[in-house]
Write a protein that binds this ligand. Structure first.
Ligand SMILES: Nc1ncnc2c1ncn2[C@@H]1O[C@H](COP(=O)(O)OP(=O)(O)OP(=O)(O)O)[C@@H](O)[C@H]1O
Ligand SMILES: [Mg+2]
Length: 315
């Protein structure tokens, strides 16, 4: 299967601190690939490197982004603008950052459709109705006249997904798309993304710290820790047999359906950016730590089973 997106050897600094270390990520076309890990591990910065929407103080030290067979790292800003909100759509955690509060949803949809394809206003309006219907917005004629603040959080996320559909996005990057929503709405939005993936063959990069959610929807999982990818596998292999001690610890800290099993939290906290840790970044928190091995050199991902990568040198 072909890769729609490839991130190659990405090293990113913000100010004087390195936040991403040699990130390699391949997204197969038409699948949902989750990027998981605790707060601050670099999930959003990885996504923003793809979108080229990084903070001003960020410096891409090295790395290439290949999207749909093209090296978009070489794109001019003008070309990137055309790509964003067109072939690549971003669904952020806070939908208001992606919607303009001053325009009606109908106008924003039409504007966006017209920017990305040569159609008349009437054709754009028809497409707007069609995509709102696809994301199951009820009472479309009225809703077209609504301003973003008139929608609930879940409905706003639907509108943003509709925008992605309107532009025929090939890749949807969903950065914690449901964190701000309650559980039932969360399920509806995730089901919608899942349906879009299956029916339209849209590729989804799902960024989430919620492994329960990841296990329900993702086809592949990459786990990040402190700026590194430490494990990557098909979701079913990952959840059946996680290999990296950090992944195991993360999974053990999930609330279980079995109340007899006690919740085990991971000791300690991820290191601050300014803390230098030699070798594996997780070693100070790891129960398998072996001096002279884990703190000797930065581990690379190793294929331990078929397409199951882990950077742990011990397990
Ligand atoms: N605008 C910024 N300026 C300075 N440092 C930043 C900025 N944005 C992110 N960082 C730093 O980069 C690192 C990676 O952050 P990132 O936002 O990618 O984490 P994350 O995995 O998305 O976390 P979360 O789950 O909390 O969203 C963190 O150490 C963070 O403090
Ligand atoms: Mg984030």
């Amino acid at each position: 299967m072909d890769n729609l997106l490839e991130i190659r050897n990405l090293n990113l600094f913000i100010g004087k601190y390195q936040v991403l270390y040699n990130i390699n990520l391949n997204l197969k076309a038409g699948i949902m690939h989750a990027l998981a890990g605790e707060s601050g591990c670099g999930k959003t910065m990885t996504a923003m490197s793809v979108m080229r929407l990084l903070p001003k103080s960020a410096l891409v030290k090295s790395g290439e982004i290949i999207f749909d067979g093209e090296n978009i790292s070489e794109y001019k800003e003008r070309q990137m603008r055309r790509l964003r909100g067109n072939k690549i759509a971003l669904i952020p955690q806070d939908p208001m950052t992606a919607l303009n509060p001053l325009y009606t949803v109908g106008n924003q949809l039409i504007e966006s459709i017209r920017t990305h394809s040569k159609v008349t206003d009437r054709q754009a309006l028809r497409k707007a109705r069609e995509v709102l219907d696809m994301v199951r917005i009820p009472d479309i004629e009225n809703k077209l006249k609504y301003y973003p603040h008139e929608f609930s959080g879940g409905m706003k996320q639907r509108i943003i997904i509709a925008m992605a559909l309107a532009c025929n996005a090939k890749l949807i990057i969903a950065d914690e798309p449901t964190t701000a929503l309650d559980v039932t709405i969360q399920k509806q939005i995730m089901d919608l993304l899942d349906e879009i993936k299956k029916e339209l063959k849209t590729t989804v990069l799902l960024i989430s710290h919620d492994l329960a959610l990841v296990s329900n929807y993702a086809d592949y999982v990459s786990v990040m820790y402190s700026g590194h990818i430490v494990e990557e596998a098909p979701a079913k292999d990952f959840f059946k047999k996680p290999l990296h001690p950090y992944s195991t610890a993360l999974l053990n800290s999930l609330p279980s359906t079995n109340p007899a099993l006690k919740l085990k939290t991971i000791e300690g906290a991820p290191p601050a950016l300014q803390t230098e840790i030699a070798g594996c970044k997780f070693h100070p928190r790891c129960e398998y730590f072996k001096p002279g091995i884990c703190d000797a050199k930065e581990p690379e991902l190793i294929e331990k089973a078929i397409y199951h990568f882990s950077s742990c040198l011990i397990k």
